[in-house]
Design a protein around this ligand. Structure first.
Ligand code: PBG
Length: 320
């Protein structure tokens, strides 16, 4: 005699709905967007079907649509008009992200605007900081990161999100923001960011591929789990208001372990390669793209993420 039959709770859609443990919501999403100089531009990114590089005017149209769907937040990535060794266009008051932030905030004030704070899109060598003796110089980069974060706050960003992986950058940015009177601007730290091949399509989208070497001397080794706890702990101690694990799907174990040790909102970045693989398989008819999308996003939330940065935000919002 079998007394326990798990299938009883799977029998009808109503029962399944009632006992479902994880609920995806449009409120979980943060939509990443790329902005470039110009007017009227909406240039498709070939490796990321349905994603575009926008100029500020078309970006505003897009964010209005996203906000209309109930998506609460966007994260902006800038493609500057010119690059140099230090990435100086990243902290310019008239820089592309600064222009985009102020345009978006005035068009849709209630939308949470997050900015990616990094140098790889702005440096001619494509690395995430100042180069010295063939590697990124940690401490020289800190000061410039703070400068960039302050310029984003000045433009009206609600949160800054450093993704460079320099040691001590959360403290440096916090200090820089506080000194300039931006005590209320929060930091969403890319605390646990791996040196991942899943960023491939993003580097086309953001034109930010390193021109020599790779990012292994500053981003984390994919084989390490304990180190994720160390990185998360450091960023929390330095004053991060929220932290992130990136990428998401190959690192669900990490999301769940970090969830256990942090008492702040946890974000996960469903990165460009994760997006591109689903799109490619769906376009070939090899998987049901919509179902794989929803299953992926649900699994990221089930693992413990409160917020999901995802290129699927708009498409998934339409289905929720
Ligand atoms: C660095 C940055 C990267 C991504 C977000 N911020 C790329 C990198 O570290 O090389 C990747 C996001 C994605 O792949 O979707 N500024």
């Amino acid at each position: 005699m079998m007394t326990i039959r798990p299938r009883r709770l799977r029998r009808t859609p109503g029962i399944r709905d009632m006992v479902r443990e994880t609920h995806l919501s449009v409120k979980d999403f943060i939509a990443p967007l790329f902005v470039k100089p110009g007017q009227g531009a909406k240039d498709p990114i070939p490796s990321m079907p349905g994603q575009y590089q926008y100029s500020v005017d078309t970006l505003v149209t897009e964010v209005k649509e996203l906000a209309g769907l109930g998506i609460p937040a966007v994260i902006l990535f800038g493609l500057p008009d010119s690059k140099d060794p230090l990435g100086s266009r990243s902290w310019a008051d008239d820089g592309i992200v600064q222009q985009a932030v102020s345009a978006v905030k005035s068009a849709v004030p209630e939308l949470v605007v997050i900015t990616d704070v990094c140098f790889c899109e702005y440096t001619d060598h494509g690395h995430c900081g100042v180069i010295k003796d063939g590697d990124v110089d940690n401490d020289a980069t800190l000061e410039l990161l703070a400068k960039q974060a302050v310029s984003h706050a000045k433009a009206g960003a609600d949160l800054v999100a450093p993704s460079d992986m320099m040691d001590g950058r959360v403290a440096a940015i916090r200090d820089g923001l506080d000194r300039e009177g931006y005590q209320q601007i929060g930091i969403l730290s890319y605390a646990v960011k791996y040196a991942s091949a899943f960023y491939g399509p993003f580097r086309d989208a953001a034109e930010s591929a390193p021109q020599f070497g790779d990012r292994s001397s500053y981003q984390m080794d994919p084989a390490n789990g304990l180190e994720a706890l160390k990185e998360a702990g450091l960023d929390l101690a330095e004053g991060a208001d929220m932290i992130m694990v990136k990428p998401a799907l190959p690192y669900l174990d990490i999301i769940s372990r970090v969830r256990e040790i942090c008492a702040v909102p946890l974000a996960a970045y469903n990165v460009s390669g994760e997006f591109a693989m689903v799109k490619a398989a769906a376009m070939n008819g090899w998987v049901d793209g919509e179902r794989v999308m929803m299953e992926s996003l649900t699994s990221i939330k089930r693992a413990g993420a409160d917020l999901i940065l995802t290129y699927f935000a708009k498409e998934a919002a339409g289905l929720l």
